[in-house]
Design a binder for this molecule. Structure first.
Ligand code: NDP
Length: 324
């Protein structure tokens, strides 16, 4: 509970991460100008943790929004926790620093707070973020993730990022990094899909045992407008059990879904570009779910992914085949 009160969680490298962050990935049809306005508003509302990625093609807009809020005196650079992600076409160790520098240039920042490997699957390097063969199949690359990790460690040493971590890794892939001979820095986090329909209880237990923070994405059930989303899955926020708990507390299903993660010690991301919902999602520090509510929400788990990433499933490092 203390972590929630301070609104931040200690990372294993001594830095800390705000426990609630604003997500920024959007369907292609959403104009990029929307993200800039949303981030400005989010900073005004009190968000200090912003999650993005090279892949989202919005780092210029986010950088402008941050700069504007620094220039107006609303925040200082140190107040903001910004996460970027190393995309799969840059996993060869010699490409890692260049990729981070490309993000920094777009952001007009001299460092990010957290740089994470976006997905454990390496793709053929090049301009095309989804390189495909004539059959439309993504072209894999063979990279030892331990060498990618060593390149991330160098970026931290060079001051280009404060902390380093991973995303979408299964526990075996995490263990491979943790057991790497000569490991200099442990990953501070694993950012994975996590919500009541996929509560990641085993991954959470594993991460806690290794002092790694679990960061939840798609905590609200994501956005069916996205190309990657499995649209046949039921909408989380329409779940009757979630709705009943929300009604009991005089809250919205989204607020309960976010509060659920906070009370489990999970750092949670919520994407919204809508003023009302940006504000709503931040009002999660002034109520508490009971133990019974928490158990009821745990009971909704059905190991159901909105992000299955089928397009990568032929890749030898496809992470979602193992139990967790
Ligand atoms: P979320 O679960 O955060 O859901 C976002 C959707 O919910 C949007 O359609 C949003 O619409 C809507 N929404 C937001 N707040 C509310 C509310 N209070 N009530 C009702 N609907 C609401 O999905 P994301 O997939 O965006 O995940 C969050 C973030 O995690 C991403 O933006 C990204 O930063 C990160 N991520 C990381 C991945 C990875 O591989 N590491 C993969 C996927 C996401 P509106 O904007 O109109 O409010």
């Amino acid at each position: 509970m203390n972590q929630i009160r301070s609104h931040s969680v200690q990372l294993n490298d001594g830095h800390s991460i705000p426990i609630l962050g604003i997500g920024t990935s959007t369907p292609n049809q959403v104009p990029k100008s929307k993200v800039e306005k949303a981030i400005e508003l989010a900073i005004d509302v009190g968000y200090r943790h912003i999650d993005s990625a090279y892949l989202y093609l919005n780092e210029e807009e986010i950088g402008r929004a941050i700069q504007k809020k620094i220039n107006s005196g609303t925040v200082m650079r140190d107040d903001i926790f910004y996460t970027s992600k190393l995309w799969s076409t840059f996993l060869r160790p010699e490409l890692v620093q260049t990729a981070l520098e490309m993000s920094l240039k777009k952001l007009q920042l001299s460092y990010v707070d957290l740089y994470i490997i976006h997905f454990p699957t390496a793709f053929k390097p090049g301009e095309d973020l989804y390189p495909k063969d004539k059959q439309g199949k993504i072209i894999s690359d063979t990279v030892d993730l331990c060498t990618t990790w060593e390149a991330l460690e160098k970026c931290k040493d060079a001051g280009l990022t404060k902390s380093i971590g991973v995303s979408n890794f299964n526990h075996k892939q995490l263990e491979k990094i943790l057991n790497k001979p000569g490991l200099k820095y442990k990953p501070v986090c694993n950012q994975v899909e996590c919500h009541p329909y996929l509560n990641q209880s085993k991954m959470l237990e594993f991460c806690k045992s290794k002092d790694i923070v679990l960061v939840a994405y798609a905590a609200l059930g994501s956005d069916p407008g996205k190309d990657w989303i499995n649209k046949n899955n039921p909408a989380l926020l329409e779940d009757p059990v979630l709705k009943a708990i929300a009604e009991k507390h005089g809250r919205t299903p989204a607020q309960v879904a976010l509060r659920y993660q906070l009370q489990r010690g999970v750092v949670v991301l919520a994407k919204s570009f809508n003023e009302k919902r940006i504000k709503e999602n931040f009002q999660v520090f002034d109520f508490q779910l009971t133990l019974e509510d928490m158990e009821t929400l745990d009971g909704l788990n059905r190991n159901m992914r909105y992000f299955e990433a089928h397009e990568f499933s032929h890749h030898p490092n496809y992470p979602f085949l193992d139990g967790y």
